[in-house]
Design a binder for this molecule. Structure first.
Ligand code: ADP
Length: 629
């Protein structure tokens, strides 16, 4: 019989499959099962209007048969089948092959990606098989045909017989080599594992004969010392569970089912903190089942962590971690998205896929945000627990990409309130503040305890204003990107004018500044460029001195940037503030120029210590202090 040649592009794809270095060869089964399921779909829909089909819904199914001696795997379905022409056209050509761009032929990475994500259908059988035969009988025909190919050199089609409708694909596995073990695909546990992994939710039963052991029936006279005897038998078993949890109505699913599914699928031993089960219908339809873990995975804040949701299309898994479905700020979410609007094969435009994924992502993002928001309102303890795990990521999200997502995320932020002694939202801060208060005050540093003791913290609290204590390095960057909340700007209590003083206090400070102009000038000169300015403070009560920042970069941010790798660290513009009501100030007024220089240096370094900044020259500082005795 004359061999027919594959169409050029098919031949190329075939070569690619035969010589595939793609390691995930197991997906061939997913592809064939998916084709079988499509074929059954077609016949099933026909059966709804055409009584001659003669198969009832419950009889549809896919059968996988393994034969170790013959080294074959058989995938049989009772679907619509293929006529001779269809065998010729469908298996001799790649359907709608236009979208497979073979011009990039040298870029194997691209191709591997295509195989991995969307598969290449029937041809993937050649990744594991040296010979593939397809026997098919189409609905409406009594004739059956045999398609056969041993690779890229062509295929034959001949007439054969087949009792029932449908298609039977037999793959003869390639021999094992040093690098590849194909025989593993003859093992029941391996094949059933692959079915569970990729095709668990195909809606027709996928059956396999499985070898089992049972005890033989005991003879009637078996006594106490009878040793049981065993025998093996085969049983036809359905491997896939068919109806995925996410396709069921949320009201019909118990927490146990959700939790079990989550722990099983995402390898966590704790129940999730939150289950989000949602679906959409319309321009793009999908079902999504998402989970917020109750603990951050150990590698969550490392580069190793990979975000993403599992992507299914019509019950078939096409991607394990689809990163495009999750924004970075919600990268902790685990889950599954199933959309029949995405196609398993690559024949549709990739761009189109991207657009659809984009729509789903935006919907899911909104959904996750709303769920978190309602947790924040309804169950604050639970939310605080969530915040301990993932708050940092939300704050990162706020300031990343120039604050592009800050509007979405700002209402999810909580910070420690020095006045309330608990975590509060920005909205709660603003709602509680007096009408004359201009700013949302905050202090940033390593611990809330230390921050609460800052001289300026007392001043703010004494004025009756609340103060947010920010103890994580990202906090201040996050607020800086936000700039304001409900038209109230954020104000670091150690930067610039707090605008807390009354008119009288202001006047007094201005007067003191005027009177001490020469002294302040002298201190500034003595510090020799270390500070931009020396001023009379309005934020000091008991302490003699403090350092504040003038300009956008705060002292805390300077510290954080200094701890990061790289040269050329930015420094903040510092201002030394003196307390005009402190005895030390009187001393300064009467000090001779030499003493004044020393005092200035000591006070400057003390202010640095209070701020948690290093002393520039500890030896000289110690000497200067000792000279005071
Ligand atoms: P795709 O499924 O992406 O269209 P394939 O190469 O996997 O590409 O299959 C090509 C075509 O062959 C299918 O579109 C279908 O029409 C036909 N086909 C494949 N497997 C079967 C099957 N088991 N039963 C009926 N038709 C099939």
């Amino acid at each position: 019989m004359a061999k027919k040649q594959f169409k050029t592009e098919s031949k190329k794809l075939m070569d690619l499959m035969i010589n595939s270095i793609y390691t995930n060869k197991e997906i061939f089964l997913r592809e064939l099962i998916s084709n079988a399921s499509d074929a059954i779909d077609k016949l099933y829909f026909k059966s709804l209007t055409d009584s001659t089909v003669g198969i009832s819904k419950d009889d549809f199914g896919i059968l996988i048969t393994l034969d170790k001696d013959a080294r074959t795997i058989k995938v049989s379905d009772n679907g619509i089948g293929m006529t001779r022409d269809e065998l010729e056209n469908n298996l001799g050509t790649i359907a709608r092959s236009g979208s497979l761009d073979f011009k990039n032929e040298n870029n194997t990475d691209d191709k591997i990606d295509i195989i991995g994500q969307f598969g290449v259908g029937f041809y993937s059988a050649f990744m594991v098989a040296s010979k593939v035969t397809v026997v098919s009988r189409a609905f409406g025909s009594d004739e059956a045909y045999l398609w056969e190919s041993s690779g890229a050199d062509g295929y034959t089609i001949s007439e054969t017989t087949k009792d029932s409708l449908g298609t039977e694909i037999t793959m003869t596995l390639k021999p094992d080599s040093d690098d590849e073990n194909y025989s593993e695909f003859l093992e029941e546990y391996r094949i059933s594992g692959i079915i569970k992994k990729y095709s668990d939710y195909v809606r027709y039963p996928i059956r396999m004969y499985r070898e089992k052991t049972r005890e033989k029936e005991r003879p009637a006279d078996a006594g106490e010392d009878y040793t049981p005897e065993y025998e093996t038998y085969t049983e036809l078993e359905t491997v896939n569970s068919m109806i995925p949890l996410w396709k069921r109505q949320a009201k019909d699913v118990t927490d146990e089912e959700y939790f079990g599914f989550y722990k099983d699928k995402f390898m966590d031993y704790s129940d999730p903190a939150k289950v989000i089960h949602t679906s959409a219908e319309g321009a793009i339809s999908y079902n999504a089942l998402m989970f917020i873990p109750s603990r951050a995975p150990y590698d969550y804040y490392t580069r190793e962590y990979e975000k993403g949701l599992q992507l299914y299309t019509s019950g078939v898994m096409i991607m394990d971690k689809c990163a495009d479905l999750l924004p970075d700020h919600f990268s902790f979410v685990k889950g599954v998205v199933d959309s029949q609007d995405l196609s398993l094969n690559i024949s549709r435009e990739m761009l189109q896929q991207d657009r659809q994924l984009g729509i789903i992502r935006r919907n899911l993002e909104k959904k996750i945000k709303n769920e978190l928001k309602s947790m924040l309102t309804a169950d604050r303890d639970k939310y605080e627990e969530f915040w301990k795990n993932f708050g940092r990521q939300i704050k990162f999200g706020c300031y990343n990409s120039f604050g592009q997502n800050s509007d979405l995320l700002k209402d999810l932020l909580i910070f420690w309130s020095a006045k309330e002694n608990k975590m509060i939202t920005l909205d709660e801060y603003v709602t509680a503040m007096g009408s004359e208060q201009k700013y949302i005050y905050y202090a940033a540093g390593d611990t809330a305890e230390r921050l609460a003791k800052l001289p300026a913290a007392r001043t703010v609290l004494d004025k009756g204003c609340d103060l947010l204590l920010l103890s994580e390095d990202v906090d201040e960057f996050c607020l800086q990107v936000l700039r304001e909340y409900n038209e109230k700007q954020f104000k670091n209590i150690n930067s610039g004018d707090l605008e807390l003083e009354t008119e009288d206090e202001k006047k007094a400070a201005d007067k003191a500044s005027e009177e001490s102009k020469d002294l302040l000038d002298a201190v500034r000169k003595a510090l020799d460029g270390k500070v931009k300015d020396v001023r009379i403070s309005t934020r000091l009560k008991e302490h003699p001195v403090c350092i504040t920042a003038d300009g956008p970069l705060s002292i805390e941010m300077e510290k954080i940037l200094a701890s990061m790798p790289g040269d050329d660290k930015p420094v903040s513009d510092k201002v030394l503030e003196l307390n005009a009501n402190h005895p030390v100030f009187e001393k300064l007024k009467t000090a001779d120029p030499d003493k004044l220089k020393k005092y200035a240096g000591i006070l400057y370094n003390q202010a640095r210590i209070i701020e948690g900044l290093p002393i520039e020259d500890p030896v000289e500082y110690t000497k200067d202090v000792c000279d005071l005795f």
